[in-house]
Design a binder for this molecule. Structure first.
Ligand SMILES: [Zn+2]
Ligand SMILES: [Zn+2]
Length: 394
């Protein structure tokens, strides 16, 4: 089968010390410190054979993620932008859905309580948590100490088939009667990014009581999914702040009730206007520029009357924030970090919401073939109008 595979040269930056879990020439937890000269090649690979607890999945849809873009993008010295866990060469692609083609005898289906049977429609977690380390044992798989990630360190889903352990799979059969054979897989490929949003605003941010207001900064797929989820959770005012008009409109179509253009000026003033001076319960930082938006965040908390607000940092950014402690003390406010999408009932709850009408497929602005994947990963380095480009590897 053909597989969209990323190659890069192992050339640690001067002075870089290998971490305890890094493997010389193969795997690093700090990708941007070691990998040079990234390039994508279409490679011919064997169809994988599932082990006893594993499933072979025929991929139906796989979305391009910002992290794919950053793995192929390099700085002036040639090092990749992506800072995280990577092992190359690796087939990319992790936001996918598909159909079970073959299953091992001990591959257990959480929907039926029996072994997986061919034909079951599924999506998958991207984080391959080990289930043996201390965070996993404590029920915090998003912080697994021995994490592997499909499409980063284990072959991913820009291919006809992918093999995964059944523990990471979730049935999306509930979509079939509502969305039909074609759309259900597009929606299935959006469960993973929607789950990142759910972990951020519901699990880490604590969710909302019906009638409360929230602010989402940044209208990428995670920001828009957060709008949809908080609106379903009962938020009365879901405010999106985003410079791109088309992205603001998409957020409004999928759950936001109000939109602000930060390029047009006073974000705190607009938020306090919309909420009659109250402010918001949750502020989601999904722009990736926390130090840039932080003064606005503090102004909203300081000048609004809402106490106990929570700021959730979900976009990855190796950035230093200058924070005024007084604001968080006096307003009884919180700042929390959010990482990942596993555990806490997140995947099944997102799937149930989608089966109950939370249709996120308008996020998909373009569908492409496997052969077109590399050029579109490059396109997304500059194009801000596309929201989610999805690969259909027929
Ligand atoms: Zn992703
Ligand atoms: Zn673990």
């Amino acid at each position: 089968m053909k597989a969209v595979t990323l190659f890069a040269d192992w050339k640690p930056r001067p002075g870089f010390q290998l971490g305890a879990k890094d493997i010389e020439g193969k795997l690093s937890y700090l990708g941007s410190k070691v990998w040079c000269n990234p390039r994508i090649e279409m490679v011919e690979k064997e169809v994988p054979v599932p082990g006893p607890t594993e499933v072979l999945i025929e991929v139906k849809a796989c979305g391009i993620c910002g992290s794919d873009v950053h793995m192929l993008q390099s700085d002036e010295q040639g090092y990749i932008f992506y800072p995280g866990l990577t092992a190359f060469p690796c087939t990319l692609g992790h936001e996918f859905s598909g159909v079970v083609a073959e299953a091992g005898p001990e591959a257990f289906n959480k929907r039926t309580g029996k072994r997986f049977l061919p034909g079951e429609a599924v999506c998958a977690e991207e984080m391959m948590w080990c289930a043996q380390c201390r965070p996993c044992a404590d029920g915090l798989p998003n912080h697994c100490e021995r994490l592997q990630e499909i499409g980063f360190s284990i072959d991913g889903a820009y291919a006809r088939y992918i093999r995964m352990d059944a523990r990471y799979l979730w049935s999306i059969e509930a979509f079939r009667p509502i969305y039909g054979e074609e759309k259900m897989f597009l929606l299935g490929s959006l469960v993973e990014p929607s789950s990142v949003a759910y972990n951020a605003v519901i699990v880490r941010g604590g969710g909302v009581l019906p009638g409360e207001s929230v602010l989402i900064m940044g209208s990428g797929p995670v920001g828009i999914a957060a709008c949809a989820e908080l609106r379903r959770a009962g938020a009365a005012k879901v405010i999106i702040s985003e410079p791109s008009r088309s992205r603001r409109e998409m957020a409004l179509a999928l759950g936001a009730t109000h939109a602000i253009d930060p390029a047009a000026g006073d974000v705190p003033g607009a938020v306090l206007d919309i909420t009659e001076g109250m402010g918001v319960k949750i502020i989601l930082e999904a722009t990736g520029l926390p130090s840039v938006v932080w003064p606005d965040i503090e102004k909203i908390i300081w000048e609004g009357r809402q106490l106990n607000a929570t700021v959730v940092l979900v976009a990855r950014a190796d950035d230093r924030i200058i924070m005024n402690g007084e604001v968080f003390q006096v307003r009884r406010a919180n700042v929390v970090g959010a990482q990942g999408h596993s555990g806490h009932g997140i995947f099944p709850n997102v799937i149930n919401s989608m089966a109950d009408g939370m249709d996120m497929t308008p996020l998909i602005t373009k569908k492409i073939t496997l052969e077109e994947t590399a050029e579109h990963i490059k396109l997304l380095q500059t194009n801000r109008e596309q929201v989610k480009i999805t690969v259909l590897p027929r």
